[in-house]
Design a protein around this ligand. Sequence first.
Ligand code: TXA
Ligand code: MG
Length: 387
Amino acid sequence: MRSKRRGPSPVRRRTRTFRLTGGSTDRAKIDQAAAVLRDGGLVAFPTETVYGLGANALSEEAVLGIFAAKGRPSDNPLIVHLASSGDLARVARALPRAGTRLAKRFWPGPLTLILPKHPAVPLATTAGLDTVAVRVPSHPVAHQLISRAGVPIAAPSANLSGRPSLTSPSHLLRELSGRVDVILLGGDSPIGLESTVVDVTTRPPRVLRPGGLTLERVRQVLPSVRAPPLRAGFQERDRLPARSPGLRHRHYAPRARLTLFIGPTPQVWEALERRRRELVRAGVSSALLVSSESPVRGRGVWVLGSRRRPSAVARRLFSAMRDADGHGVQEMLVEGIPMRGMGLAVRERLMRAAEGRVVLVPSSRKGPKVVRNGRSRGPNRAPRVPR
Ligand code: TXA
Ligand code: MG
């Protein structure tokens, strides 16, 4: 269900775009962007995970600008970004032991910790919660920007609410021009999907969102950590506790109707081909997002990367969804990859983008089993072609 609690409509802004080259002129551009942040403005900037849309986390007015620019429901809290963990005391009241261990090992990096909120952080930033999400990004531009701004920076992923996150400069420009004051372009996002969110205020600590830091690596430091709930076909957002509000909302969805195919690989590839043929016969345009091992090729096929390297698939996932959308396709058929390493976060994003349209392909030739919202629709029923 989409939340109705949306903020005010976006203010039309005159956007200044700075292309960063890695050269000596970058410093001045980042300084200008930092000044805009200090003045309460909005800046889109690169991080190692995805692009962020930043504002002064300690200013309620600035933060409300983020909600308006993204069309983000006001009950979805933001992540506060710091230049270094030394600034934690400005935004969090305490750092539980589990948090200390994770921060020491993985900051700066793609890890977000849920901590008790400091009173200096306005409730607009945390959507009324008494906890605050905090991250120290490792991307040099993000680091420099936050440290030059001199204030903690609230930054959700820069995409409009509900859409796939932004990981490439061209997609970013198209989506945010006129909505923010400054866009800092720093190339493609190295990781390509968002940070791992770990709630360390509970015992045991819980992973609320799998992401750029793998569960395996979190477990090396915190063996007791609880994994995020993820089951084929369920819309997890309907069952999640109020503590992880963002996960209730529709997310990562391309414009096309996305269906995820999972099961043994040769059968998944066959099922994808079969479905593609059905759609062609029905006159429905489609895009297929597949691994490099898959024999599925031809027009409308986007190769995400090797099934053996989930991090490569993660890097391409959102930009492939947006590229395929750019061709105006009606259906997007995606090959599921193993849930090892970054594969877990890839699966979570796809499950939510699919909004329950998951085809569990059996190893036998019985035909695909379609699962919608956790209820099986019988072994032989392929998804119906929309008219
Ligand atoms: O990699 C990332 O995390 C990117 C970059 C820009 O840092 N940011 C990002 O932000 O993905 P966003 O807003 O798209 O996702 C933040 C997630 C949401 O699911 C939100 O509900 C959750 O973190 N979150 C934020 N504050 C929370 C809190 N106090 N308790 C529980 N969940 C929280
Ligand atoms: Mg987001």
